[in-house]
Ligand binder design. Structure first.
Ligand SMILES: Nc1ncnc2c1ncn2[C@@H]1O[C@H](COP(=O)(O)OP(=O)(O)O)[C@@H](O)[C@H]1O
Ligand SMILES: [Mg+2]
Length: 338
């Protein structure tokens, strides 16, 4: 059986934490690992972050979601101490960048949206370099194992694939064994296999009790990984909660979509929304979308009403409501409308 190096590493970390932590280093009681209040940042006339308040609890995997340009990277780079905010307060692990910058750098891990490593260094050399920045952490060998880059240990960074470079960036973020990890679009541009590999890695870190804050514009990624998410649009948080809470805020667990031949205006929407269990209606690109509580009780009367209106269906499909539907319900736009 193939040994999962991440799982092994996490197991080792657990043993390590229970035996070697000094009393003063003991994890604080559950509380906020990150607290943002009234955060603002403008670039000239453009307000990138517009009054963000947020708390992320210790041990949470928290997702910052939103379309390109929503302000996710700016928010996260303020948290990481890379961009000074125009206004507002940032507390990380109870500390402040203005007073505790060195301490914070030892305790957090950062994967930037794009990382440029020196091409001529090997994977091993890059990780040794990053490890040298931290007082304690993994050995570069452990980090190589966690990122499953064993076969690339001696390869120069310039020769790595996109997925391998992303895993190296993740390994560099992990090499200081951070309490709080920031991942900015960790899987953008990765192929499905590399993406799943990164998801597995995040799962293992979650099981090890690390606090993770990630940004993504993939709703499925957030649904798969995050305990709670904040949806961001135009610099503001427009929704916050667990994936379940947000989806149920749409008003229905399922979406029924249909299109009719001929004149879509012939659809008498009020007859559809009057059906028990139909919560809302909208039209998107010629498709009528109904949020419904239950498929088995709502679909038969929807069919019956459409037949009574003498409408011929060209398409009819259903799906479980997703975070994408939440975003559409809140903004009237699709996430990928860019
Ligand atoms: N350094 C910068 N100078 C000028 N505008 C910027 C800068 N960084 C980000 N922006 C702008 O701020 C907005 C938010 O960007 P960003 O935080 O990168 O969004 P996201 O990560 O959600 O895609 C965008 O309109 C972007 O063009
Ligand atoms: Mg970004």
């Amino acid at each position: 059986m193939r040994v999962n190096p991440v799982r092994e590493w996490v197991r080792e970390q657990r043993c390590l934490s229970s035996t070697t932590l000094q009393p003063e280093q003991k994890p604080a009681a559950p509380g906020a690992s990150l607290a943002l209040s009234g955060l603002r940042k403008a670039f000239g006339d453009l307000i990138a972050v517009d009054g963000v308040n947020l708390e992320v609890l210790k041990g949470e995997c928290f997702g910052l979601l939103g379309p390109n340009g929503a302000g996710k990277t700016t928010t996260i780079e303020i948290c990481e101490g890379l961009t000074p905010p125009d206004a507002g307060a940032v507390k990380l692990l109870g500390l402040d960048w203005r007073k505790n910058a060195n301490e914070l750098r030892q305790r957090i891990g950062i994967q930037l949206q794009e990382t440029q490593f020196p091409d001529k260094l090997t994977v091993e050399e890059t990780l040794r370099l990053f490890r040298s920045f931290y007082r304690q952490g993994l050995s570069s060998e452990e980090a190589i194992r966690v990122a499953q880059l064993e076969e690339k240990r001696k390869s120069r960074v310039g020769t790595l694939s996109g997925g391998q470079k992303q895993r190296l960036a993740m390994a560099c973020a992990l090499v200081g064994d951070p309490e709080l990890l920031f991942l900015d679009e960790p899987t953008t541009g990765l192929d499905p296999q590399a993406r799943r590999h990164l998801w597995d890695l995040v799962d293992e870190l979650k099981r090890a009790g690390r606090t993770i804050i990630l940004t993504t514009h993939y709703m499925d990624e957030a649904e798969r990984l995050c305990d709670r998410v904040a949806i961001m649009d135009h610099g503001k948080i427009i929704a916050l909660g667990t994936v379940r809470e947000l989806i149920s805020s749409v008003g229905g667990e399922h979406i029924v979509e249909f299109a009719v031949r001929g004149d879509a205006i012939a659809v008498d929407v009020s007859r559809l929304t009057a059906i028990d269990g139909v919560r809302s209606h909208r039209v998107d690109a010629g498709f009528h979308q109904l949020a419904v509580t239950d498929l088995h009780t709502t679909v038969p009367p929807i069919f019956a009403e459409l037949a009574a209106m003498n409408l011929e269906l060209s398409e009819f499909r259903t799906h479980s409501a997703t975070l994408e539907d939440v975003f559409v319900a809140l903004t009237g736009r699709n996430l990928r409308d860019e």
